[in-house]
Design a protein around this ligand. Structure first.
Ligand SMILES: [Zn+2]
Length: 149
């Protein structure tokens, strides 16, 4: 018994020899089927977008501050700075402002549409007082309308 097994191992059958020969020939070759599937995958699927690019649908994205040209908030009450009531140089209005924050500057806009750069206020002040934006607008005018100006 032992002797027969050893002999069989030493002398592979004809079928085994052919199998090994074919395996040696195929070594390093890619079956045509695999090649075809690879090509199909490459044609069908566009390259995946970089992570984060379309992570959320546009309507769910909140623009970061530097994506916005500016922000504005209504300020209905009088505004006192350094113990002094801010008044409009154009018409003397002292309340019902729109406060605009844009490019690190704070501007005040009265009901009549006069604007002046308020150097006593800065973006940090604006951020402390402004709530989260409730809407974004494509243009300055849209935003004014939204705030009733
Ligand atoms: Zn004014």
């Amino acid at each position: 018994m032992f002797h027969r097994i050893r002999r069989r191992a030493a002398e592979p059958s004809e079928a085994e020899r052919r199998f090994f020969e074919r395996a040696m020939q195929m070594d390093g070759q890619v079956p045509p089927e695999v090649e075809r599937m690879r090509a199909e995958l490459q044609n069908a699927a566009p390259a995946p977008a970089p992570a984060g690019d379309d992570f959320l649908p546009p309507e769910l994205r909140v623009p970061s501050h530097d994506q916005l040209d500016g922000r504005m908030m209504p300020w209905p009450q009088p505004l006192a700075l350094d113990g002094e009531l801010v008044t409009c140089t154009g018409c003397g209005a002292y309340r019902d402002w729109l406060i605009l924050s844009t490019r690190d500057q704070i501007w005040l806009r009265c009901r009549a549409g006069h604007q002046h750069h308020e150097t006593r206020l800065d973006t940090a002040w604006y951020n402390r007082h402004a709530g989260p934006a409730d809407a974004t607008h494509a243009t300055f005018e849209d935003c004014l309308r939204h705030l009733g100006h």
